[in-house]
Design a protein around this ligand. Structure first.
Ligand SMILES: [Zn+2]
Length: 383
C-alpha cells in the first residue's frame, strides 16, 4: 500500500483517545507481519489500547541501535466541530487531504508504513524501528509504558524522530507539561458560626494566589528562552469546585493547576515551592482554625519537555536532510521529551502544519506527504 492508501485506511478508524485503538494497531501489526517482521504490542491495563513497536533489522540481522520513527495513533475528538466532510473518510480536494488525524499525525505514520518494503530492501547496516503509541492527546499517557518495555527488553535506539506536524522542519525543543489536582479539606459549619468552621474555599484561594505569584515571578525574573512565543515558565489554575450551599462554610475545595516549564525549571522545583508554601504558611494557618485540616496534591499528568542537543547525531542528520538550520522551539508538547528522558536523542519533524491540527477540516497537503517520503527515504539510505 502506498502512503495515500495507508492514510485512507488509518483515518477511517476512529481512534479518538476515548476509544480503543486496537483496530488500527492490529491492522498495522498484520501488515508488518506480512512483511516478515515481528512487531510487539504493549497493552494498557484494561486491554483496550496498545502501543506497537517493531524493529526492521539491518541487513546482517542486527537489531540494536539505529533510528526510531515515532507517532501517536490517537486523535482529538470532532465533537462540536463543523466539518465540511466526514472526518473519518479521507477526502481529497485541490492537493489537500482532509480527515481527522490526517495532519496530527497519521500522515507521518502512513508514510512510514508505506515505505517499510523499501526500508527492508535497502542494504542498511543499522536497524530502523517503528514506535506507535496510544493516548498522546491526553497527556502522553501511553508512551511511558512502551518506553519502559523497551528498557526491559534491552532494546537500544540511537536516535528518534517524532513525526508531529512541523511542516517537515526540525523542532528541537518544547516545554514540559505538568498538571496537578489540589484538594483542600477544612471544616463545615453554619455560615453564621464562622469561628466553628474552616473555610476550604478561602484557604484554596490563598494557595491559588500563591500560584499566581509564582507565575508572576517567572514572568519578571525568568529564566527566559526567547525562542518561545511565551519565553518563560507558565503556571495557571484552570478548574475549581467547592461548596454545597450559600449558607454553609465549605469543608472542601478542589482545583487543578497546570504548568509548562522551560528546561531550566524542573517540575520538582515547582512542586517543592508549592509544597513549602502549603507546609509553612497555609496549613499552620488552617490548623489554627481546625486541627484536622489537610491539603492533598496529586499529579494528574506529566510530559517532560524536549531540549535536543545540536551536537546529537540525530539533530545533525535531520538538519542535513531538511537543509534547515533554524532553531525552532514550540509551545505544544510531544512525546519527544519522553524518548529523550530514557537517553534517546530525539527531534520532532513531520508533515503538515500544527495550524491544521485539532481543528475542523483538518488536512495535510499531498506535497507535505511527498516531502516526508523523500525525507524518510534519504534517512534510511544513510543507515
Ligand atoms: Zn500530535
Amino acid at each position: 500500500m502506498n502512503t495515500l492508501a495507508w492514510l485512507d485506511r488509518l483515518t477511517s478508524i476512529d481512534t479518538t483517545s476515548r476509544n480503543s485503538n486496537l483496530g488500527l494497531i492490529e491492522t498495522v501489526r498484520d501488515a508488518l507481519k506480512g512483511h516478515g517482521l515481528d512487531p510487539w504490542l504493549n497493552l494498557n491495563a484494561e486491554g483496550t489500547k496498545a502501543n506497537l513497536f517493531c524493529t526492521l533489522p539491518a541487513q546482517d540481522g542486527a537489531t540494536q541501535g539505529g533510528i526510531a520513527l515515532s507517532g501517536h495513533t490517537d486523535v482529538v475528538p470532532v465533537d462540536g466541530q463543523n466539518w465540511s466532510s466526514d472526518p473519518f473518510k479521507l477526502t481529497e480536494n485541490a492537493g489537500k487531504l482532509y480527515a481527522r488525524g490526517a495532519c496530527d499525525m497519521k500522515g507521518f505514520i502512513a508514510a512510514s508504513l508505506a515505505l517499510v518494503p523499501e526500508f527492508m530492501a535497502l542494504p542498511r547496516s543499522k536497524p530502523m524501528h517503528l514506535a506507535l503509541s496510544y493516548d498522546e492527546e491526553i497527556s502522553c499517557l501511553g508512551a511511558p509504558f512502551m518506553l519502559a518495555e523497551l528498557q526491559r527488553r534491552g532494546i537500544r535506539v540511537d536516535g528518534c524522530i517524532v513525526g508531529e506536524p512541523t511542516s517537515m522542519r526540525p523542532v528541537v525543543a518544547h516545554k514540559g507539561l505538568n498538571a496537578y489536582r489540589c484538594r483542600v479539606h477544612g471544616k463545615a459549619a453554619h455560615s453564621s458560626l464562622t469561628t466553628q468552621g474552616c473555610n476550604a474555599i478561602e484557604h484554596a484561594a490563598r494557595l491559588i494566589c500563591h500560584i499566581r505569584d509564582l507565575a508572576q515571578m517567572w514572568r519578571s525574573e525568568g529564566p527566559f528562552d526567547e525562542f518561545y512565543d511565551v519565553p518563560y515558565t507558565t503556571i495557571t489554575t484552570n478548574q475549581i469546585s467547592g461548596g454545597i450551599a450559600m449558607n454553609t462554610i465549605p469543608d472542601a475545595c478542589e482545583f487543578t493547576y497546570e504548568f509548562r516549564n522551560l528546561a531550566g525549571v524542573t517540575p520538582q522545583q515547582v512542586q517543592e515551592r508549592i509544597g513549602a508554601y502549603v507546609q509553612r504558611e497555609l496549613l499552620p494557618r488552617m490548623q489554627r482554625e481546625f486541627a484536622g485540616a489537610r491539603v492533598e496534591i496529586d499529579k494528574l499528568a506529566a510530559a517532560p519537555g524536549l531540549d535536543a542537543s545540536e551536537q546529537a547525531a540525530i539533530t545533525q542528520l535531520v538538519r542535513a536532510l531538511t537543509g534547515d538550520e533554524s532553531v525552532r522551539k514550540v509551545a505544544y508538547g510531544t512525546e519527544a521529551g519522553l524518548f529523550q528522558g530514557i537517553g534517546i536523542p530525539t527531534v520532532v519533524c513531520g508533515p503538515g502544519s500544527i495550524e491544521q491540527a485539532h481543528k475542523p477540516d483538518e488536512f495535510v497537503e499531498f506535497e507535505q506527504l511527498a516531502q516526508c517520503e523523500k525525507f524518510l527515504r534519504q534517512l534510511a539510505a544513510t543507515l
